[in-house]
Design a protein around this ligand. Structure first.
Ligand code: MF3
Ligand code: CO
Length: 291
């Protein structure tokens, strides 16, 4: 919030109003909170109303792609078949799958089964079996704007233990969401997520977190789900980020596959689950943009 704008100049948000009648008090409040030793958002990650409208269009497509996967996912199909569903639906809706070629990632979606924590690469050799739990993580670029969300799917009858893990991680996201409001801190959300997982006997992955999103795939802030209330970045209206905890049945320790350099699994090979929602901080609280 360092750029000096004259009080009678047009506001940086693009509203056309004078700065003094628009975001001046907002910027002063953020500067004050920063002076108290807190981490505050840079202006570059605070979205304007026009940007938010465009990001919402991208989110609608991301949701439609996940709905299409939900309607078609079943035992016996390969994770490559899921990739085909995602790439065909995304193209049909005039969008681009963000993962493809992202830092060399070879596919259009991440498919993470059972002990795979995240970034499972679709393959025709990986077949969904009755009893599997799988995270399908979709990210979409539409007219240059990014969206990102993921869901868990239970394939046929799954064990009560795995079903509970899947349900509790969804609850973690919803409980975290309740803590998202302007002038609170990301740690308020992170602590709520962590406590709900621990209360159910699970652990939360520490090394991999969520992120800001919208104008780019991954923006500031990096978002932890083992953080503490009152800590981490200040939340202000116009910020968009993901709530996407990876919750493990056993140890929180994870391992990166050395061959493909993407797939992350639990160190003890016990199951892991993740849901990802994309959230906008509003004047009143929060709005879910993609789920
Ligand atoms: N969708 C993932 C996230 O939530 C990112 C995956 S990066 C990829 O941040 F390249 F693996 F797709
Ligand atoms: Co994400």
């Amino acid at each position: 919030m360092s750029d000096k704008i004259g009080r009678n100049d047009p506001c940086w948000c693009g509203s056309g109003k004078k700065y003094k009648k628009c975001h001046e008090q907002f910027d002063d409040k953020i500067a004050y909170i920063k002076s108290q030793g807190h981490i505050v958002p840079d202006r570059s990650i605070i979205k304007t109303p026009e940007q938010i409208e465009k990001i919402k269009e991208s989110c609608k497509i991301n949701i439609a792609v996940l709905d299409y996967v939900a309607d078609n996912i079943k035992a016996g199909m390969s994770t490559q078949d899921i990739d085909d569903l995602v790439s065909s639906k995304t193209a049909e809706l005039g969008a681009i799958a963000a993962p493809l070629n992202y830092e060399g990632y070879p596919k259009s979606v991440c498919t993470s089964i059972n002990e795979v924590v995240c970034h499972g690469i679709p393959s025709k050799d990986v077949i969904l079996r009755e009893g599997d739990i799988i995270n399908v993580d979709c990210s979409t670029i539409y007219k240059g704007y990014f969206s990102d969300s993921s869901r868990m799917f239970c394939i046929g009858e799954v064990s009560p233990e795995k079903k509970k893990l899947v349900d509790v991680v969804k609850e973690c996201c919803e409980i975290g969401l309740e803590k998202v409001k302007p002038w609170g801190f990301l740690g308020d959300m992170g602590q709520a997520v962590h406590e709900h997982a621990v209360r159910n006997g699970y652990s939360v992955v520490r090394e991999i977190g969520g992120h800001g999103v919208g104008l780019q795939f991954h923006e500031d802030p990096w978002v932890s789900y083992v953080s503490k209330a009152g800590e981490e970045m200040l939340m202000v209206p116009g910020m968009i980020f993901t709530i996407e905890p990876m919750v493990n049945m056993g140890t929180d320790k994870v391992i990166l596959n050395k061959e493909d350099k993407w797939t992350i699994t639990t160190a003890d090979k016990k199951p892991s689950a993740q849901w990802e929602i994309m959230v906008l901080v509003t004047e009143e609280g929060a709005e879910v943009l993609a789920y």
